[in-house]
Design a protein around this ligand. Structure first.
Ligand SMILES: Nc1nc2c(ncn2[C@@H]2O[C@H](COP(=O)(O)OP(=O)(O)OP(=O)(O)O)[C@@H](O)[C@H]2O)c(=O)[nH]1
Ligand SMILES: [Mg+2]
Length: 290
């Protein structure tokens, strides 16, 4: 796949990471949030360092954006690796109560240990940690049942750390999304770009749209990937088969832009990527377990 190198590590993320390191000693539990469409690309290589000496809860958010089959495949994969994933949809709140119960249970374990050492029990202090735009703030708002922190459809919305108290059970720390300073795995970087987890200045929209079309085609035969070629025809009026014979996805892009955006391939690229992000092209899993 021929995508120009994608790199994104803005100043506010570097700063957030420094602040996070300072707050980490106050945290008992790390709620690690990943994106169900790309559970591998949203796994941070430094996670073990962040969770060392703390409890860990793995949350896979945006479950509404992948097929039931994909969720099952990933769930089995994570359990085979010894993890217990909690699947959530922070937009409607599905799975959020179960996740909260799991977090509170971890807090109770912690308090039992405190009491046995003659200390007082206190609310569990939980940090939501994850890549930008995976839905950390939306999850906090869902847990609180009201909008307490800013949450919007782009990467880098939360700019500073903020504690939120939830009853007397849990204190939540909302933090800006973090990501590694260098995106060495460029396939993962492409997935992050497609899912809007990195700023759009970091990539060329046309290149990632063409790369997306190629992924779409490659996923077609994979069970659970959520690919329905008819949706592409319905939306853009042109089947990929009509043009892709020599795998020339840019030709297909040009052909649909002639129909929809007066030949403007950039505008068409943006539309295709937006459609993917809004699940108008189906519940597509960019990643599936091997
Ligand atoms: N469909 C769907 N949308 C979600 C879900 N979770 C979050 N969103 C939406 O995704 C967008 C980003 O959510 P945020 O909560 O701002 O993400 P964040 O991880 O806090 O992002 P940063 O603060 O930039 O790191 C918002 O528009 C949310 O409404 C989900 O489970 N399903
Ligand atoms: Mg946020």
């Amino acid at each position: 796949m021929n995508v120009p190198r994608i790199q994104w590590y803005p100043g506010h993320i570097a700063k957030a990471e420094r602040q996070l390191s300072k707050s980490l000693n106050k945290v008992d539990l790390v709620i690690e949030v990943r994106d169900a469409r790309i559970p591998l690309a949203t796994s941070h290589p430094q996670l073990q360092k962040w969770i060392s000496g703390k409890q860990h809860l793995l949350v896979i958010n945006r479950k509404d954006m992948v097929s039931q089959k994909a969720q099952e495949l990933w769930d089995k994969w994570f359990r085979d690796q010894g993890h217990c994933p909690w699947w959530t949809d922070a937009k409607t709140g599905k799975g959020v109560k179960q996740m909260l119960d799991a977090a509170v249970a971890k807090g109770n374990d912690l308090n039992q240990r405190r009491i046995s050492r003659g200390m007082l029990s206190r609310p569990v202090r939980a940090l939501t940690l994850g890549f930008p735009n995976v839905g950390k703030s939306a999850l906090i708002n869902r847990l609180m049942k009201k909008k307490v922190v800013e949450s919007a459809r782009r990467a880098g919305v939360t700019r500073s750390l903020r504690w939120v108290r939830m009853g007397n059970q849990i204190d939540l720390l909302d933090a800006p999304g973090i990501l590694p300073p260098r995106l060495d795995d460029q396939q993962a970087a492409l997935h992050l770009a497609l899912c809007d987890d990195i700023g759009e200045a970091a990539y060329d929209i046309e290149s990632i749209a063409i790369a997306f079309l190629e992924i779409f085609k490659n996923l077609e035969s994979k069970s659970g990937a959520g690919i329905n070629p008819d949706l592409l025809i319905e939306r853009y009026g042109l089947a990929m088969q009509e043009i892709h014979k020599d795998q020339n996805f840019s030709q297909w892009l040009l052909a649909v832009s002639e129909r929809h955006t007066s030949g403007d391939t950039r505008r068409m690229s943006q539309r295709i990527i937006d459609d993917f992000r809004r699940t108008l092209l189906g519940l597509i899993s960019l990643e599936l377990p091997q």
